[in-house]
Design a protein around this ligand. Structure first.
Ligand code: ADP
Ligand code: MG
Length: 619
């Protein structure tokens, strides 16, 4: 600025400054450039859109978006860079019936205000042999002329933020930026399965989708088979809106709602109210703190959607937001309650890597909580141990003769989780099952009425049962005093952590007193686990609690309950009688969330009769 700083005369800003300020809103970061350019290509009805990102020295150096869309005439090619120049609306009213992603005429002007942009374009089906090339640097047209070009448009952006150093400095790391670009493209790919998207980073292919009319094909391309196989189709034609897409079985869930992608009238949007509605539709079917995966498109009267809330158009304002939310929630609920939610065992298991530690051994560990060890090592259960009883049994029973002490303890645990309140609700989401046998003391085999074979992980199942029981019980009233208090000693660091947890533990019935010099007295334990085991279980519980920092985002209560459930549940490797196995199955059916253990891994998988027939060549 040339004026003195103490000159307070009002003046109209020059267009270049206005554009730079406006650019700040539309072009926050490199990822916003990608979003705007790709949306322009979609609006130009492209069939294929290619995005090339180049990086130099840990920063994004160039972005190129190439499309085979309608292209622009020489006059339009230059006009496109003028602020508020758009071919998409002519008057305010048009906003209420908009079917394009752009309409503000700001993107190209804003990007060109803070970068060097080269646009090469030729109208589709034009008789011209040459296309147009326009170069705009910092908002000023630098070159314009004819050039050889294919039909469609190619926008090349370099030197982003060269004239706004403050913004350049605030760029996050390259990886954060690339992750954002991926996120934006995932949303657009799913909102437009009929367009083929190709993302390249430093000439390496990152994401490619083919043109398809099947959304599931695109989901598979973007998120892989593991997702696709756990998705349930959603389709609802309601008075207010129609909803289509896919939602996940409870077994496929995530720590955040980052894979709930919603588009409204073809526009991929962020809508906290719709995300909340989808989550509500699952109710207790998902563990606390977990979110489903969902890809939903909503179509509604364009007059109910105000997209002109923010320059980036990612937020929308919905008239009848509450009614729309309720419709989404109910649709999700009905879809889940009309589907078989037990994961299909014939397809490889979903990627649980999100909560699987690097070295997954045969005892599955989740989020730092080790499954308690079995009374004897499962891996040492040599074939002769199983083979002997199996060969001597008649017909379909596979039950071992359990040891007496084991049976008593298992009976006790099953009594703890049984109550007259455990009536299987009429709306039980798991079919009645008849137990057939037990494998390796780990899995229960059961048959469902329609000929399905169901395999239940006995520890995961009982953990789920225990967890719900403990959550429902007001434990303070059910603390059981130990005859002889257990003394535990901890390192100073652990002692400090434990001190903080004393009140929360007391709430759940674990009464601990400090005894000086990092020693503690355990006076009482929750009655529900009281008789299950010796005092070591409490020592283990405390160790678990202090070691699972990973679960920090969960409340203390939630962590304590999960650990109590995990420690008290029947362990893998415990040989159960037929009757005990049947009790586990029945108790599981009576839970609210029968499909997953509290950590989110499956409690059961199924093999459909049709699939079994197919595998045996009976079809
Ligand atoms: P908006 O998309 O809001 O209209 P933009 O600044 O993004 O504003 O684009 C301005 C105009 O340039 C668009 O209205 C369109 O006519 C034209 N345009 C931009 N990109 C393309 C493209 N890839 N293909 C054809 N026309 C385009
Ligand atoms: Mg645009």
């Amino acid at each position: 600025m040339t004026q003195e700083s103490n000159d307070r005369t009002i003046r109209v800003l020059d267009p270049a400054t206005v554009n730079q300020i406006a650019a700040g809103e539309v072009v926050e970061r490199p990822a916003s450039v990608v979003k705007e350019l790709v949306e322009n290509a979609i609006d130009a009805s492209a069939g294929t859109i290619r995005i090339d990102i180049t990086s130099v020295q840990g920063g994004i150096a160039a972005i190129r978006v190439t499309d085979d869309g309608c292209g622009m005439s020489p006059a339009d090619a230059e006009l496109a860079f003028a602020p508020h120049a758009t071919s998409k609306i002519t008057k305010l009213d048009d906003l209420y019936s908009i079917h394009t992603l752009g309409f503000r005429g700001e993107a190209l002007a804003s990007i060109a205000a803070v970068a060097r942009v080269t646009l090469v374009t030729k109208p589709r089906g034009s008789s011209m042999t040459a296309g147009t090339r326009v170069v705009v640097v910092g908002g000023v047209v630098n070159t314009k002329g004819a050039t050889g070009a294919p039909e469609g448009t190619n926008v090349f952006v370099e030197e982003l933020f060269f004239n706004t150093p403050a913004r350049k400095k605030f760029q996050k790391s390259l990886n954060t930026e690339l992750a954002r670009i991926h996120g934006i493209l995932e949303g657009l790919c799913l909102a437009y399965p009929r367009i083929s998207f190709r993302l390249f980073y430093n000439n390496r292919e990152q994401l490619v989708t083919e043109r398809t009319s099947q959304l599931l094909d695109t989901i598979t391309r973007v998120f892989g088979n593991d997702y696709a196989r756990e998705l349930l189709p959603v389709s609802a034609d309601l008075p207010l809106l129609s909803i289509s897409g896919y939602i996940s079985r409870p077994v496929l869930s995530r720590k955040s709602h980052d894979h709930i992608l919603v588009s409204i009238n073809g526009r991929y949007v962020t809508s906290p109210s719709i995300i909340a509605a989808i989550r509500e539709g699952y109710g207790p079917l998902l563990p606390r703190g977990r979110f489903p995966v969902a890809f939903l498109s909503l179509s509604l009267d364009t007059r109910l959607v105000d997209i002109n809330v923010h320059p980036t158009k990612k937020e929308v304002r919905l008239t009848k937001e509450k009614e729309i939310g309720e419709a989404v929630r109910d649709t999700v609920f009905v879809t889940l309650h009309h589907s078989n939610l037990i994961p299909d065992g014939t397809i490889p298991s979903p990627d649980q890597s999100e909560h699987k530690p690097a070295n997954v051994s045969s005892t599955y560990t989740v989020q730092g909580v080790a499954e308690p060890s079995a009374p004897y090592d499962i891996r040492n259960m040599g074939s002769e141990k199983i083979a002997a009883p199996v060969s001597s049994v008649t017909s379909h029973t596979l039950f071992n003769e359990p040891t007496h002490t084991g049976t008593v303890s298992t009976d006790h645990r099953l009594r703890q989780t049984e109550s007259t309140g455990d009536v299987i609700p009429v709306t039980a989401m798991v079919p009645p099952m008849e137990v057939i046998g037990q494998v390796g003391g780990v899995y229960i085999l059961a048959a469902a009425p329609d000929g399905e074979l169901i395999i239940i992980d006995q520890h995961a199942a009982h953990e789920r049962i225990f967890y719900e029981k403990v959550s429902r019980t007001l434990a303070v009233k059910h603390a059981q005093e130990l005859l002889i208090p257990v003394v535990i000693h901890r390192t100073p660091r652990d002692a400090m952590l434990l001190r903080e947890l004393i009140p929360a533990l007391a709430q759940e019935g674990v009464i601990i007193e400090e005894f000086g010099s990092d020693t503690f007295l355990i006076r009482a334990v929750p009655a529900i686990m009281g008789k299950c085991e010796g005092p070591e279980i409490i020592d283990d519980l405390i160790s678990d609690l202090l070691s699972c920092d990973l679960e920090r985002p969960l409340s203390d209560r939630e962590r304590i309950i999960r650990i109590i459930a995990c420690r008290s549940a029947i362990k893998a490797g415990t040989v159960c009688t037929y009757e005990q196995s049947q009790r586990i199955v029945n108790q599981l059916r009576a839970t609210h969330t029968p499909f997953t253990c509290p950590h989110g891994r499956p409690t059961m998988i199924r093999f459909t009769r049709a699939k079994l027939d197919e595998m045996f060549g009976r079809t």
